[in-house]
Design a binder for this molecule. Structure first.
Ligand SMILES: Nc1nc2c(ncn2[C@@H]2O[C@H](COP(=O)(O)OP(=O)(O)O)[C@@H](O)[C@H]2O)c(=O)[nH]1
Ligand SMILES: [Mg+2]
Length: 480
């Protein structure tokens, strides 16, 4: 293949080896059909990876072989044939018995390189040996991917030995767990299967890396927008005090106020999450019930798992010149509207989550015949850190959740529950000066300001966290 053409890679192997999962993961396409039943893929489907309107690499998802031993015997019976794949397809394409095998071999006949996917958790069978040998005989550049659909590892060495004899490269790659970094390492390994492809694959990897950086930038913007909107949020309700029923109505209005304030924050979070998911091309999105991302934003669990520790928060609070206690505007006259009462009554456990301090400032303005009760902006110093940590956790999931992993995985009998609570919150791990700058930025936002310099510092901090997340060190932090 000439160096200027797009690399075309034909994904081959047994039904259920994980071919479609590999293609879905490498092309970041979670709409590819993946199924427990064998033979889901019946035609060779083309999946180009298009970045900025340009196809950088193309994968072909193929059905499994039907008659590998027949093809092998035919190959072995024609030792002088210079292009076995081409010759086999030319001769058998009209034969209904071999139409499937011809569909499978056609891309190879037309010059595609081969990626054989095997399920390394299964014992090696005769059929596997026949497939490996016939692919070797095609003489095409070829790489083998050792996927592992279970946790059985006892056959992995035998697979390595067998595949190493017949392929230019053998890589272990888990289609359901692979992170961005692992995907890029697999792409790099493709270079070794044919030297003529080196420049083209390098270019492809560079394009991927560039695209990834751009997504990180878009994600930082999404996160900053969430923080800005959440921290400036203010919600107002009006009570008609002319009415005799006013005291009763006022209680209802108070409850409604808290509810709408919290809902508005929840909605802002959901909107940011949707954006992050789109940045990383996820359409199918399954979170297990255990995930901290499934819990209510104002729940104790979220408040405890995320955000800064008390000690860190105190330092940050001092630096930001903010008080972390109740900053309730108490100019309420004889009103019974205490922030703790107001907030606690409506949200139950929320006080625990935010260290006993109120979430937001509550104000009452009296005018003729009405009272205008408003809630916001957020005054709780801990909340922005919790919010930031949770969106970062969501980003970690979006960035590292492989597109080949779908709902099918969720009902597997030996599924490992998703433990995504980090041992330490992301913000908790930041250097103190960065924490302080975040604290100052949050304090400014809560006062309705958006200082440029602090925003740039925080942008850098968040970008740094996101970059760190792509470096596949996620496992040490949490099982995402
Ligand atoms: N746990 C796990 N399951 C996998 C993996 N790869 C594939 N599977 C499962 O194996 C089945 C077949 O996968 P699929 O990609 O459709 O295989 P294909 O028939 O070769 O295209 C599906 O149920 C997948 O969810 C993997 O890496 N880990
Ligand atoms: Mg398939």
């Amino acid at each position: 293949m000439a160096a200027t053409t797009t690399p075309v890679l034909s994904i081959m192997g047994h039904p259920n080896a994980g071919k479609s999962s590999v293609v879905a993961t490498l092309t970041e396409n979670d709409r590819i059909q993946i199924d427990k039943r064998a033979g889901t893929t019946t035609a060779a489907d083309h999946y180009p990876v298009v970045i900025d309107g340009k196809t950088v690499v193309e994968f072909i998802d193929t059905p499994g072989f039907q008659n590998p031993s027949f093809i092998l015997e035919w190959f072995q019976a024609h030792p002088d044939e210079p292009d076995l794949a081409r010759a086999f397809v030319d001769l058998h394409c009209a034969d209904p018995l071999y139409v499937h095998d011809c569909t499978l071999l056609r891309p190879v006949a037309e010059g595609a390189a081969i990626i054989l996917v095997v399920d390394g958790s299964k014992r090696i069978k005769e059929k596997d040996r026949a497939e490996i040998e016939l692919l070797r005989l095609t003489g095409r550049p070829r790489m083998a991917i050792l996927n592992n659909t279970t946790n059985v590892t006892e056959y992995m060495d035998q697979w390595q030995d067998l595949l190493n004899k017949a392929f230019n490269a053998v890589r272990e790659f888990n289609a359901h767990r692979a992170t961005y970094d692992e995907r890029m390492r697999l792409m790099s390994a493709l270079k070794t299967i044919d030297q003529r492809w080196e420049d083209r694959i390098d270019e492809t990897i560079e394009t991927f890396a560039h695209d990834w950086d751009r997504r990180i930038d878009q994600t930082v913007t999404t996160v900053l927008e969430l923080l800005k909107k959440a921290l400036a949020l203010r919600v107002t309700e009006v009570v008609n005090i002319k009415d005799r029923a006013a005291p009763v109505e006022r209680e209802a209005v108070k409850a409604k106020l808290v509810e709408s304030f919290e809902d508005a924050l929840r909605n802002l979070e959901v909107k940011a999450q949707d954006e992050v998911r789109a940045h990383f091309r996820h359409n199918v999105w399954n979170l297990s019930p255990e995930s901290i991302l499934q819990k209510d934003l104002f729940s104790d669990e979220v408040g405890k798992a995320l955000g800064l520790s008390r000690g860190q928060l105190a330092l940050v609070g001092a630096a930001a010149g903010a008080t972390t206690g109740a900053t309730l505007d108490l100019s309420l006259g004889g009103s019974t509207l205490g922030a703790a009462a107001l907030f606690g009554a409506a949200t139950g456990g929320a006080l625990g989550a935010f260290g006993g301090a109120a979430l937001a400032k509550v104000d009452i303005q009296k005018a003729i015949g009405i009272e205008r009760i408003s809630m916001g902006p957020v005054t709780n110093a801990r909340f922005p850190f919790v919010l930031l940590d949770r969106i970062l956790l969501y980003c970690a999931r979006a960035m590292n959740w492989s597109h080949g992993r779908q709902a099918a995985d969720e009902d597997a009998p030996n599924r490992v529950p998703e433990r995504d609570v980090p041992r330490k919150a992301f913000t908790e791990e930041l250097p103190a000066d960065q924490q302080k700058k975040l604290g100052k930025f949050f304090a400014a936002l809560r006062k309705g300001k958006e200082p440029r310099d602090l925003e740039e510092d925080c942008r850098e901090t968040i970008r740094g966290v996101l970059r760190g997340l792509s470096e596949s060190k996620i496992d040490s932090r949490a099982d995402l």
